[in-house]
Design a protein around this ligand. Sequence first.
Ligand SMILES: [Zn+2]
Length: 168
Amino acid sequence: MLLKNPKREKAKIILYFASGYSGYFTLMHKSLKNMRRRFLPGTFDLIVKRSQTGRGLFAGEKISRGSCIIEYIGKPATKKQIKENTGKYLFWTGRGTMIDGNIVSNKARFINHSCAPNCEIDIKKRRVYIFAKLSIKEGEELTYNYGTEYFEEQIEPHGCKCFKCLFE
Ligand SMILES: [Zn+2]
């Protein structure tokens, strides 16, 4: 979740898909980008329960592709947190601004990383939103790609436990 530069990170993710998969994902990403985004979370039923890696956030109902699912809310990060940049729930929201999502009301903090995610992040006016990258079935776990930097530093050393890495 430590996106140093959200724009560049996003570009990296696109490159990742372009190189790791067929052009299908790249095309899909582009078409999603062209959709007019509504930065207003829906009232979806979202359930926190056990997943492959501790707890996860699951869809309690069907969510159509492109929907704004939930906002990743937090309190402003302290100067120390920004400087050290090590907390699990820290999220860059713009140049030099960061939120700490480790607060009870932030249900989005339960969303786990996946290398083949069904959600994606978009930031608008320094606020972080999670969108459905694919159409999501009832009962499916929500995931997004935490980004190359977080992956390399925090996930890769212990082995990624996402569905794709474990079972595909
Ligand atoms: Zn993985």
